[in-house]
Each structure stands twice: as C-alpha cells, then as structure tokens.
Design a protein around this ligand. Sequence first.
Ligand code: NAP
Length: 281
Amino acid sequence: MAEHKPFKLAGVMGMPVVQSRSPIIHNHWLRKYGLPGAYGHFPVQIENIEAALRGLSALGLAGCNITQPHKMVAMKMVDWLHPMAEKIGAINCIVVQPDGSLHGFNNDWYGYLQSLRDARPDWRADAGPIAVLGAGGAARAVLYGLVAEGAKEIRLINRTRDKAEVLAGDFAGVVKVLDWAQRHAALEGCAMLVNTTNQGMYGQPPLDIELSALPQTAMVSDLIYIPLETPLLEAARLRGHQTVNGLGMLLNQAVPAFEAWFGVKPEITDDLRQAILATFQ
Ligand code: NAP
C-alpha cells in the first residue's frame, strides 16, 4: 500500500506580504517532490501577530516564515530560539513542534553565506578585509554570518553612523565603524564589498560609491535581487570583479525551512530560478 503522507501547510506572515516570492519557491518544491501541502501569503497586522502565531499549532500548520516588519516582534513570542536567531535579534522562520510549541530560527545568515559559496566554492571569510555598507536588519544577519565564518576585519559603513556603532558593539575587535564619507577610500585592500543598503533597488537611486580603490580580485555582493544586476553590480562586473546578487540568499534561506516543515532537503535548480525571474518581468 502507498505510504500516506499528511497534507502540510505553511506560509509567510508579514504586512505587506503579497510581494514575497516565498510561495513560488516552496510550492515549486512541493510539486517537484510530490509532497501533499501548500504554502501561502498570510497578511497579518502587527497587533494580531501574537494571536496569529498561537493559531499556527491550533490550525495544524507546519510553521511559517516571518517577514518585515514582524521579524523582531515575532522573536519575542516563540518558545525556543536558535542561538543565531537570538544573537541576530530577529527570526525569519518558525517551526511548529509536535507538542505545539514554536521554535524560532533566522536562516538569512545561512542563505547569505551559502550564496557566496555557490558563486565561489573556495570563498573564505578570512581572505581579507570586508567592507559592509548599511546597518539595518539585513546587515545584522550578514555580519553574524561573516563573523561566524571567521572574518577577521569588517569595515562597517552606514549613512547613520550611530546605528553602525550599535551593531559593531556586538563584535568587538572584528567590526570597525567608518564614516559614510569614507566609503570610497574604505575599499582599499578589501577582499569583498557587500551592499546591504536599499540603494540600487527598484525604485531607489543607485548606491553612490566609487570603486577605484577596490582590488580587482575582490568579490562584490549586493543583497538586492530586484533588479538582479544593480548599478553597483554592473559597475563591478565592468571592472572585472566577480559579482553575487541577492537571489541566491533568498533561495538558500528557504532550504532549511522547507526541510524542517516538509522533511525533504530541496535543491535549488535553474527551473526554480527561472520561475522567480519570471515574476520580475
Ligand atoms: P533596513 O533595515 O530598512 O535598512 C536599510 C539600510 O539602507 C540602512 O542601513 C539605511 O541607512 C540604508 N539606506 C537607506 N537609504 C539610504 C540612502 N539614501 N543612502 C545610504 N544608505 C541608505 O532594510 P533591510 O531589511 O536591512 O534590507 C536592506 C536591503 O537588503 C533591501 O534592499 C532588501 O531588499 C535586501 N534584502 C535582501 C534579502 C535577500 O534574501 N536577498 C534579505 C533581506 C534584505 P540608515 O541607517 O542611515 O537609514
């Protein structure tokens, strides 16, 4: 007799949430692996987040992703936190346990590191200084990932210096804060430049940065994936740098979540990438 697999539900909770590509990723994998289940959008207002999270178990859901602006609030409502989520101070994934309790994870840092390894399998965080622009939520996950991976020197540069100082306080000795005005010269001798600001994203002006001090061997990474090639990545490619866009981070952070909810470690394939790219047209 064929094995009976229970129907499982998951989704992404946020406000607004309709822009999230997560349903395309997870429903693609559900179809690919022949698993009975579905993944949807859950638009939830911030004042309803606790009731919505407590309802996950009652409704029999496997779990959910959490997107902005709920990533920090939701962290306070789970019953157990993965140590990296605790350090980062935000969650992007909840897994409902058999006893109904909620476990919180942050898979963004893993997704980011994996996207770099996919692009350059021999990539190392300790290959040289890393310049990180921006000190928002995404920068927190990136910094924790880079430091966990062995980065020795990170130059953190944010338009609002105070925010960078607060973030750098978590990484005494490794992360050095520089003024926004120093961002061009700060690239001197770097092995990697990372843009975690929203500058260059669809609807935003290009990131204002001069790359001439950046060694040509340096990798240039941008967390943005709409457009896939930001003006920063285009300028870097024309100078001969290896570039990495934000799509790999988005896809890779979904892998551990899918495995936890649906029991199969999914593969990131070209047809999945094409399905996501088709939504950017
Ligand atoms: P956030 O918390 O709002 O932070 C935004 C950052 O951009 C801050 O550092 C902010 O600096 C900076 N910024 C805004 N306007 C600027 C300007 N005119 N000049 C210079 N800097 C400016 O946002 P986030 O959640 O960290 O997201 C940042 C980017 O990462 C977004 O483009 C997002 O789409 C992308 N992202 C991608 C993934 C992925 O899976 N690929 C995941 C998460 C985020 P101030 O502190 O001075 O305001």
